[in-house]
Design a protein around this ligand. Structure first.
Ligand code: NDP
Length: 250
């Protein structure tokens, strides 16, 4: 599905990002796997995946919130590649705190990581995509950006901004052959849920028709679909991957 394509994936060391690296490699993509901390374990994992699927995966190190690092990384990738076909803006943090208890600084920081960093990278990478008049950008949002829930002033707002900005980018970049879509996962079994309250997860499960958490691979499959030519007539969409969740049940 992705033979001959080059992809940039952020947050590639774990969870949905790692599953996406694997899904893309399996389909023949050349992957630039972006993480903020260098580690032997990560490099080893990338070597294993690339040799299993006979493709190239190159680790790239930068913090998505650092403008100069992001610019440098995209410049470097652009210098080595004939073009970038796919950007998966996946890196993100979760913040769960009541509105009245959340500092403006926390909201700002969450917006910076989850929203502004995605916009910055999309700007940098779309400039390269424009040259080849083709590209697919997938921004990872969340169901929290669609439906309000208690404690989601920072996280939910940042993800709502992702969904909205995706549509704006799609409108502006369509004429260059660049598609921009978002994916909104529901309750996915990754480290992000490690410290969540059991009551919250029980409540979500009772309102999830499929009756279980999703896996990182199940989200990666949808990202893969949007990245591929199978979705060639889709742009400005937000695909929800949440097991059919019926809201929060307030
Ligand atoms: P994880 O917590 O497992 O992974 C988050 C990734 O983002 C890590 O690779 C982390 O790197 C990276 N990251 C965070 N901050 C930065 C930064 N400043 N610079 C570079 N990388 C950074 O989460 P998931 O895999 O579950 O989440 C992936 C995406 O999916 C996120 O955008 C999240 O909001 C979204 N999502 C997840 C849901 C879920 O239920 N799991 C539900 C809805 C949306 P490091 O290891 O260095 O911290």
């Amino acid at each position: 599905m992705l033979t001959g394509k080059t992809a940039i994936i952020t947050g590639a060391n774990r969870g949905i990002g790692l599953a996406t690296v694997e899904a893309f490699a399996k389909q023949g993509a050349v992957v630039w796997a972006c993480v903020r901390t260098q580690s032997e374990e990560f490099e080893q994992k990338m070597k294993e995946i690339s040799s299993e699927y006979a493709t190239t995966i190159t680790p790239v190190y930068f913090d998505v919130t650092k403008e100069s690092e992001a610019k440098e990384a995209v410049k470097m990738i652009g210098g080595y590649s004939k073009g970038i076909d796919i950007l998966v803006n996946n890196a993100g943090i979760s913040v769960e705190r009541l509105f009245s208890m959340t500092s403006i600084e926390t909201i700002g920081n969450t917006m910076e990581v989850n929203f502004l960093s995605q916009v910055r990278l999309a700007q940098l990478v779309s400039r390269l995509m424009v040259r080849n008049r083709t590209g697919s950008i997938i921004n990872i949002a969340s169901v929290s950006g669609i439906e309000s829930e208690q404690g989601s002033i920072a996280y939910g707002s940042s993800k709502a901004a992702v969904i909205f900005s995706t549509k704006t980018m799609a409108v502006e970049l369509g004429k260059y052959g660049i598609r921009v879509n978002s994916v909104s996962p529901g309750f996915i079994d990754t480290d992000m849920w490690k410290n969540r309250d059991n009551d919250v997860s029980d409540r979500i499960m009772t309102r999830t028709p499929l009756g279980r958490k999703g896996t990182a691979q199940e989200v990666a499959n949808v990202i893969l679909f949007l990245a591929s030519d199978m979705a060639s007539y889709m742009t400005g969409q937000n695909l929800v991957v949440d097991g059919g969740r019926l809201g929060w049940g307030y």
